[in-house]
Design a protein around this ligand. Structure first.
Ligand code: SF4
Length: 177
């Protein structure tokens, strides 16, 4: 499969936008991991796909080694204003549904695919972490942030938008192939 085929798949699944990902543009930054450590989302040390369980930055770097390209996928939803949390949650849920669907399809075609999503892994209703073992390691999805990636930088470096105005919200993820 070539990039055009992945893009077609992404748009048919329902993502708003897709862009070619050049893996040379991926930078893993300790500052982003440190922000996870501040635990504003409450998942640090709980979800097994989040830090520290997802591995050190060095281990994340090794997981990306040998990958040259991929695809960035994005869902852009409508919101009333910056306090429209319901609208944000709806757009995020739709993005994750499409993201997991495409991950399953790509895994069958390209078993080495590394999906990097947004937010913590929600494959299970409740994660087995922090004490338990992951129930579905083959399906587990870490976020771009868990890998230390600044999403806005990744978008900019690969020619895809990030901010679409005050009444839109964008969720971004990628598949490293
Ligand atoms: S697959 Fe389940 S147990 Fe594993 S990280 Fe995801 S939510 Fe947690």
């Amino acid at each position: 499969m070539e990039y055009k085929d992945w893009e077609k798949m992404a748009l048919e699944i329902g993502f708003s936008y897709a862009a070619h990902l050049n893996c040379d543009t991926i930078e893993l930054r300790q500052e982003v991991r440190d922000m996870c450590g501040a635990n504003t989302c409450g998942m640090y040390g709980k979800n097994l796909a989040c830090p520290p369980a997802c591995g050190t930055l060095e281990e994340c770097r090794r997981a990306l080694e040998g990958h040259r390209e991929g695809i960035i996928v994005q869902t852009v939803g409508e919101i009333e204003d910056s306090l429209d949390f319901e609208g944000m949650q709806e757009a995020e849920a739709l993005h994750k549904k499409h993201f997991y669907e495409m991950a399953e399809k790509l895994r069958k075609i390209c078993p080495q695919v590394l999906p990097l999503g947004c937010g913590c892994c929600t494959v299970c209703k409740t994660c087995a972490g922090p004490e338990g073992n992951c129930r579905f390691p083959e399906k587990r999805i870490s976020s771009l942030e868990a890998f230390g990636i600044v999403v806005s930088d990744l978008c900019k470096s690969n020619g895809i938008g990030y901010y679409y105005g005050p009444q839109k919200i964008a969720y971004t993820s990628c598949y490293v192939l």
